[in-house]
Design a protein around this ligand. Structure first.
Ligand SMILES: [Zn+2]
Length: 267
């Protein structure tokens, strides 16, 4: 018996892109073309601004380019979290969340740490303002789901020289490996600056259209893994109760079981 992703899918892929510069328009369109799902981590204090040759997306973009993707926090003004007081952290994360929610009408629940910087205090404040997960910049080169979602280490950056190899490894993951996840992060401006749009195009070409691969946002992965972790088993292991609000999928040999929200299933 082992867990799978929704509908029995064996593998998962997610992306995270930071800062909300105008190149997000092209990147989100590329993801849409290939059916990829991504999370865009945005600084709400920078919308519609230009600084140091960088141009940020405007508020009007929020409802269009990210329609198929998750919008998440990255701090109001991209301040270094390790140089802020607790009170300032509260504003940097909390006001970002409030503004993004007001502008999108969505419930915003994700974060990535500006400069990849965090501490126990930073993690606690992020949780306090209702954020469920936060991405770091510590690459793992593996497919493990995180122990602590407030310290979610990605598999690799898109500029990693092993990107394609790691992608192929995910697709070839043996059946016994449970819930392998590949998590790619970066900034959309890097494709323009480095002339590497073709890298993402080739990666999407490799990964798209698979029945065994769940294309999911960061939040969807986080919610699913938390639902798995929240299951309650009878002492004899023959019954499982799902107290969460999303289905969890369990494979028993060739049999696929859906444990629906609020239901108890016999194994
Ligand atoms: Zn950033």
């Amino acid at each position: 018996m082992q867990y799978t992703y929704p509908e029995g899918k064996h593998l998962a892929l997610t992306f995270s892109y930071d800062d909300g510069q105008i190149f997000d328009r092209r990147l989100a369109a590329l993801f849409d073309k290939y059916g990829m799902k991504a999370t865009f981590h945005l600084n709400s204090g920078r919308f519609g601004t230009k600084e140091h040759g960088r141009t940020f997306i405007g508020e009007e973009d929020l409802r269009t380019i990210y329609a198929n993707h998750e919008i998440a926090c990255h701090g109001v003004e991209h301040k270094d979290p390790l140089l802020l007081t607790e009170q300032q952290l509260l504003m940097e994360f909390g006001e970002d969340r409030r503004t993004l929610e007001a502008l999108t009408g969505r419930m915003i629940q994700g974060l990535s740490y500006a400069y990849g910087r965090y501490s126990d205090v930073v993690k606690r404040v992020a949780r306090t303002v209702g954020l469920k997960y936060s991405r770091t910049v510590n690459r793992t080169h593996d497919f493990m789901v995180p122990a602590d979602f407030m310290e979610w280490n990605p598999t690799c950056h898109h500029a990693d020289e092993r990107l394609m190899e790691i992608g192929r490894n995910l697709l070839n993951s043996p059946e016994y490996r449970i819930m392998p996840l590949m998590y790619v992060w970066g900034h959309s401006y890097e494709f323009d600056r480095d002339g590497t749009w073709n890298v993402m195009e080739e990666f999407c070409e490799l990964m798209h259209g698979r029945d065994d691969l769940w294309y999911a946002t960061n939040l969807e992965i986080c919610d699913y893994v938390n639902a798995v972790r929240g299951l309650i088993y009878s002492m004899d292991g023959k019954k499982v109760y799902n107290p969460s609000v999303i289905s969890v999928w369990i494979k028993d040999g060739a049999k696929l079981l859906e444990c629906k929200p609020g239901e108890t299933v016999c194994l």
